[in-house]
Design a protein around this ligand. Structure first.
Ligand code: HEM
Length: 116
């Protein structure tokens, strides 16, 4: 598949994952014990799109082994966002929002600027 298709799928993953994390936090605010099924489904689909399209772009951009640090950092943040709905229950809602926004901004920065 061409790079542009992977990029589109990667960005689709960003959108779905961020909607899902936002939806999860709103469900928590509303006092729900579990988020709606759609919110959980979007979380899984978003994460899957991000990792598959991420590795697709790594191949298309000829990024070889060993991967640069920005890729490892993105994989680490991907894992953190994967566990976000679980571990953020221990944090206040405000802290959860700030952390989620911060993680998304850092991971987008890494993808655009590839600083190291
Ligand atoms: C939560 C996780 C992630 C988010 C929110 C995210 C977001 C982004 C964004 C916004 C871009 C910039 C796209 C552009 O240049 O137009 C990008 C680029 C990129 N991401 Fe991710 N990403 C995530 C995880 C990953 C993972 C896990 C990998 C690798 C396995 C990865 C690999 C890449 C690559 C290779 C690029 C460069 C694309 C290019 O230069 O054309 N990303 N990412």
């Amino acid at each position: 598949m061409p790079h542009t298709v992977y990029l589109f799928l990667h960005l689709a993953g960003v959108i779905l994952l961020s909607l899902s994390i936002g939806g999860n936090l709103f469900a928590r605010k509303a006092g729900e014990t579990k988020p709606p099924k759609l919110v959980s489904a979007l979380h899984g689909v978003g994460l899957l799109l991000l990792i598959v399209a991420g590795f697709g772009m790594i191949a298309r951009l000829d990024i070889g082994w060993p991967f640069p640090i920005w890729i490892w950092s993105k994989i680490a943040i991907w894992l953190l966002l994967g566990g976000f709905n679980t571990f953020s229950k221990k944090l206040s809602l405000n802290t959860s929002w700030i952390l989620a926004i911060g993680l998304f901004l850092v991971v987008a920065f890494l993808g655009v600027f590839k600083p190291f």
